[in-house]
Design a protein around this ligand. Structure first.
Ligand code: AKG
Length: 408
């Protein structure tokens, strides 16, 4: 704790600092203006609140939100306050026990990794993808011990000594392994109560020695299993679209894999901030492993609905690129995570996308021709994951806004 107090006292409230993160993410002047606007509409902050300096000071601790929590703060710093939070969407009705439940699909994987009742499962996947864009899967073939070890490994990473973690502190997404708090710290409207370690797994995974030893074995094992599950899900989704099972695999939709290990410390004022802000995923498919704390919500028919933790289950959600190739048949859906007085909450999100960066020639994606007809003409133009991601970041990770940009 004394180390953290020293870190806090060494905050340097520099003015006119160079905002290298915005350069890194190729953000437009429009975004910079957005964050400027966000800082000037803040009413509970003093008129002279210098948001950029506070962000920088927080960032320079390299201790993340966990560092703030460990320092014993009773109020969250202003940079974390979401001014639209209190009276707006936090209080939207959520139905946990009502009729509206995120579907849970039993994949009924048998010992030979085949699905029992295959056609029934395909039908359930179709329904979930059309109506929810979100579902949970059980009996998916990944042993519970592998899931538990993965969550435990991520927890150990975030709870280890500050010095060991801070060596990896970076927002350089070209690195194989990087740790930070708030990837979009310098351009989001408000920061969120979460730290993250990111692993760029496929197509060129880190060497084992590049993975922190504290979670190395767990990560390698889970990474292998989750990649196999992604292939299986892409097959089921292809079939749910009426295509041959290899269709999405052959489109190379899932050859890139980025894994993010999130750590949500307990939050002293959860009603003022979020764990993860409302967003969609800009990729094809996400497989999420969450612990039993809860807080993940999905926006369904204009209501935020809980995605309750189910023992042994994985949460699946579709990304914006899948919405593009299915010509809006399957939906990428807004989701978020509430901050919580209880914690920490751990989750591991595996994002599947085409190969991206690292010298790979980006492939173009548009609505799949076999799904189009006179009655169902293409509504999107072709794009690449690189072009789509640039637009997505400009729109503050709001897929609805980013997708609109690619509409014909
Ligand atoms: O932690 C979670 O449950 C969700 C994380 C998430 O939405 C993300 O990483 O994009």
């Amino acid at each position: 704790m004394s180390k953290l107090i020293n870190l806090h006292s060494s905050f340097t409230f520099m003015r006119n600092h160079k905002d290298s993160y915005q350069e890194q993410y190729f953000l437009s002047s429009k975004l910079r203006f957005k964050s400027f606007k966000a800082s000037v509409v803040v009413k509970i902050m003093p008129d002279n609140f210098d948001r950029q300096s506070h962000l920088k000071a927080f960032d320079e601790t390299k201790a993340g939100v966990k560092g703030l929590f460990d320092s014993g703060i009773k109020k969250i710093p202003p940079i974390f306050v979401h001014h639209d939070h209190q009276n707006a969407d936090h209080n939207l009705v959520k139905q946990v026990n009502g009729k509206e439940k995120v579907p849970a699909i039993d994949l009924m994987m048998d010992a030979t990794n085949d699905h029992i009742n295959h056609s029934d499962i395909v039908n359930q996947v179709r329904e979930a993808c059309e109506n929810w864009g979100f579902f949970q899967v059980i009996n998916h073939g990944i042993p519970t011990s592998v899931l538990e070890d993965m969550l435990h490994g991520i927890r150990l990473f975030h709870e280890q000594d500050h010095v060991a973690k801070s060596e990896l502190y970076s927002r350089d997404v070209a690195r194989k392994v990087l740790y930070h708090s708030n990837i979009d710290l310098y351009y989001s409207k408000a920061a969120v109560w979460k730290d993250t370690i990111t692993f760029n797994m496929e197509p060129s995974p880190p060497q084992p020695e590049e993975i922190p030893i504290i979670c190395r074995n767990a990560l390698i094992e889970y990474g292998k299993c989750v990649m196999e599950l992604a292939v299986d899900l892409l097959r089921l989704i292809s079939e749910a679209l009426g295509l041959n099972p290899r269709y999405l695999q052959d489109l190379e939709c899932g050859e890139g894999h980025v894994m993010k290990g999130h750590y949500y410390p307990p939050c002293p004022e959860p009603e003022l901030t979020f764990g993860t802000a409302d967003h969609t995923d800009n990729t094809f498919l996400t497989i999420l492993l969450q612990d039993q704390i809860g807080g993940l919500q999905v926006l369904h028919n204009s209501q935020w609905i809980d995605v309750p933790p189910l023992p042994g289950a994985l949460v699946i959600n579709l990304g914006d690129m899948l919405q593009i190739v299915t010509n809006d048949k399957f939906k990428s859906v807004h989701h978020r995570v509430l901050a919580n007085k209880i914690g920490p909450r751990i989750s591991v999100a595996s994002f599947f996308r085409p190969r991206y960066g690292g010298g790979f020639e980006p492939r173009s994606y548009g609505p799949i021709k076999d799904l189009l007809s006179e009655a169902n003409p293409a509504v999107y133009r072709d794009t690449t994951i690189a072009e789509y991601t640039a637009q997505f970041l400009k729109e503050s990770m709001d897929g609805s806004a980013a997708l609109a940009h690619f509409k014909l």
